[in-house]
Ligand binder design. Structure first.
Ligand SMILES: *Cc1c(COP(=O)(O)O)cnc(C)c1O
Length: 468
């Protein structure tokens, strides 16, 4: 079949733009949006035709009208998709703190605080009492102190920044002693040895990968030692013949030598997670009680707030950190502060039910079972003869480099569509108007109920319907 003859059948841009279906959309979309969608759709169809022609044994049956209809429907699909690059997705992976999907969703009231703060002016760095310049951190440091018992606090862009800043401010050109078992890498670009080098601190590694003793630290201390550093091995576990020095013991040693101890806690746990059926995680309060001098943690991991790096500790170190030029470079913005203040208030006032990630982590299995039944029933209606739907028992994860190896029993809905591999189904759902991100396990496409809110159910059903 002659290639040019086939391609000649493609409609012209104007022809599609003048069709009644597209003309009906002129109120909703402007001229250039319509033109772009139509252009792209014609190009998509052209490529599809070329592909079919390449396959050889292609017999061309479609006439101009069919192609035009196809271009129109493709254009409408394109237009109905979000024009934004950064957009809402449905997390059906069951990974509660999915770093690629934005970690912790914020509590509704924290979002209200962002709106309120963003819509006008605020006293970000203004002392209302004195009518003079105030401190950005004043909005959260009292709260943090009330919750954790720490003397002082400051908040920066994220925990990686917090660690970098503390090392730069407290240990530049000096030695920092750390156990070999704690030289972690978090998500590829954050590696303790690299951060240390960048900050100008000299890494002194002690002990071995699996065992480090207090004498190892003791032997390493000299007049150049600025800090003893403890890093939470967030995203991995060492099992078997292991030994770590506890924070209390480390602090006792440090005190004898008049050196501060810093701890990077990773996830900032402010409650006993045991209440949530989650295995024990060290809390921020444990570290304050152990008299650790400087503690850093994330705002958007197990704390369930916005992206932030929270630094708490003894006033003398925190004020030194506040004065470092990097503090300005890493400073937190007002919208994040507004959300963080609200989330911290929930902890102070014991209103943890307001925090979505704690809700998801503690979702009762029967609640997820009932939701799975509802989703499965609705999906069966749209899928009908085109495939099958079932409810399966599975495990979800915390994610965000927190609680590795910890798995929570969950309920998932497995979807099978005739003629579509799980990979292909996954790809199509990712490309839908509201992208749905599920997971594939044992050749099955799964929607994990743990991370799916009730309000997302109808959207999921609609997106699966669209795929069909
Ligand atoms: C996650 C983590 C970090 C990085 O925190 P971000 O908030 O992602 O910047 C640093 N240290 C530890 C131990 C972590 O778990």
């Amino acid at each position: 079949m002659d290639k040019n003859l086939v391609l000649k059948k493609l409609p012209k841009v104007d022809e599609v733009l003048n069709s009644t279906q597209i003309q009906e959309l002129t109120e909703k979309y402007n001229k250039s949006m319509l033109t772009n969608a139509v252009r792209e759709s014609i190009e998509d169809v052209r490529l599809m035709l070329l592909k079919l022609l390449e396959k050889g044994n292609f017999v061309f049956e479609k006439d101009e009208d069919d192609l035009k209809k196809h271009v129109i429907s493709l254009s409408i699909t394109k237009l109905s998709k979000s024009p934004y690059s950064l957009k809402k997705v449905i997390n059906a992976t069951g990974v509660v703190l999915h770093t690629n999907l934005g970690r912790a969703p914020l509590p509704k009231k924290a979002i209200d605080r962002i709106l309120d703060t963003a819509s006008g002016y605020c006293n970000l760095e203004y002392d209302l009492e004195k009518g003079a310049r105030g401190e950005r951190y004043s909005h959260v440091n009292k709260l943090v102190a009330d919750i954790t018992g720490a003397q002082d606090a400051l908040v920066v862009n994220n925990n990686a920044g917090a660690v970098f800043l503390c090392l730069s401010a407290l240990a530049q050109d000096k030695e920092v002693v750390i156990s070999r078992g704690q030289l972690v890498e978090i998500g590829g670009s954050f590696r303790i040895p690299d951060v240390m080098a960048q900050s100008g601190a000299h890494l002194v590694e002690v002990g071995t990968t699996n065992r480090t003793h207090i004498e190892d630290y003791e032997k390493a201390i000299n007049e150049n030692t600025a800090l003893l550093l403890k890093v939470h091995t967030s995203n991995f576990q060492i099992r078997g013949f292991t030994s770590e020095v506890g924070k209390q013991e480390l602090k006792t040693l440090a005190r004898m030598h008049n050196i501060p101890v810093m701890e990077d806690l990773g996830s900032g746990v402010l409650v006993d997670l045991g209440h949530y059926g989650i295995s024990e995680e060290p809390t921020v309060m444990d570290s304050v009680k152990a008299d650790i001098d400087i503690i850093t943690f994330s705002g958007d991991k197990l704390l369930g707030g916005p992206q932030a790096g929270i630094i708490i500790g003894k006033q003398k170190y925190v004020s030194k950190i506040k004065k470092h030029p990097l503090t300005r470079a890493l400073r937190i913005d007002k919208l994040t502060l507004a959300a963080l203040e609200q989330v911290l208030m929930f902890y102070r006032d014991d209103m943890l039910e307001e925090i979505p990630i704690l809700q998801m982590l503690s979702r009762p299995i029967d609640v997820m079972e009932r939701q799975a039944q509802e989703v499965a029933e609705k999906l069966k209606k749209v899928i009908g003869e085109n495939g099958s739907v079932s409810i399966v028992d599975d495990e979800s994860q915390v994610g965000g480099g927190s609680l590795p190896g910890e798995e929570f029993p969950t309920k998932a809905v497995a979807i099978n569509i005739k003629g579509l591999s799980p990979d292909e189904l996954s790809k199509r759902l990712r490309a839908s108007r509201i992208p749905v991100i599920g997971r594939i396990k044992n050749e099955r496409y799964l929607l994990d109920m743990r991370t799916i809110s009730t309000s997302a159910i109808n959207d999921i059903v609609e997106m699966v319907g669209d795929v069909l």
